[in-house]
Ligand binder design. Sequence first.
Ligand code: PMP
Length: 451
Amino acid sequence: MKSNHDVGSSPDSVRARRDEGKPGRAHPGRRGTMTVMTAPASSPPPSGSTPPARRVSRRIGSIAESATLAVDAKAKALKAAGRPVIGFGAGEPDFATPDPIVEAAVQAARDPKNHRYTPAAGLPELREAIAAKTARDSGLVVAAGQVLVTNGGKQAVYQAFATLLDPGDEVLLPAPFWTTYPEAIALAGGVTVQVDTDESSGFLVSVDQLEAARTPCTKALLFCSPSNPTGAVYPREQVEAIGRWAVEHGIWVVTDEIYEHLVYGGATFSSMPVVVPELADTCVVVNGVAKTYAMTGWRVGWMIGPADVIKAATNLQSHLTSNVANVSQRAALAAVSGDLSAVEMMRAAFDRRRQTMVSMLNEIPGVVCAEPLGAFYAYPSVKALLGREIRGRRPATSAELAELVLEEAEVAVVPGEAFGTPGYFRLSYALGDDDLVEGVQRLGKLLSEAH
Ligand code: PMP
């Protein structure tokens, strides 16, 4: 990843690099090993050299292209060129938005009151409905004034970090992580401290790991369950333990609940500020309609938090994007005010595909796939295949292997490099059953040639 300027794995290398980027800062007392990614914006130019004239600022020039969108674009381009590519890259449901929601938008488009600016924080009735939906679904009780309607969950993530972080503040980020988080943290001047997990813990971070990564500069923890990309779902006791640890140390939690309804195999979703109510004053919840109602293109999400934080974030949004498109807000209002029957139908389809995909992946020699219990992704390890010969090539990394898979099997997957953990593939199972089977068969056929 372009933004990962630092891949030091020993505490010494971590400190040396942080000190380069943060002159005059005290050494924090971090124990254990983890990766620190400093915001390039805050790094001075190398001593003795004059910075070249810049057309694009350091801050924006350092942002990496979204790897997941890049894989998707490459797959779509090959498809447009007539190649029969099967794409496992996209992070979106393959279903259409349910009719009643679309109908509400059609009506809204005809009403001139929706042709005008509305309050930056969102339509008052939508903020009310989101508060009511949150109490219904996760049990978190908030006032409408604590809800800010954003252009997708993505804007909520950016605004949460922009509102909470000062330059140099550290954010603990369990890896594998969704690609957007470190970019949002860096753009806000923050420092990502990556805390690695793997299949041995079911990709769940422990309090001990977080505590080892904590320093006096730690401002926040990013928590995502169900997880993109691993599909891991934290059990309630672990959510509680992490929440209590955060309260004890005055660490903010930004918790991404966008996959709250997509859980399988007996797993249940637990919202951290519900399980640990003491967190209410230092917690921001990110959510949206994209995954639950198959509404990725409508761009409606929200952030929920303490009134002062939401007010500050609203001020930011009032200068950035103003109100979310009213037609989309009206569609979201219909979505969150309605029942959950459509998501239950999608959930059942995803569960079926999940089981098919995981068992097929585990039959491929060299591929090991832990069972994902949420979201719509499988995250198999392909480490055993790296360095082996396939069709005259010897891919050394999961990124190289993913490229070979796209060229030779015409199957698009996102390599683990995009999520901070090389050695894995992310495959979305939000695609039709036939394509899914065909795609994993092609993958298996190619990878079985490894020697
Ligand atoms: N959080 C996570 C974990 C996601 O996977 C996504 C979408 N890929 C989002 C937030 C943002 O979704 P959107 O902006 O479409 O609402």
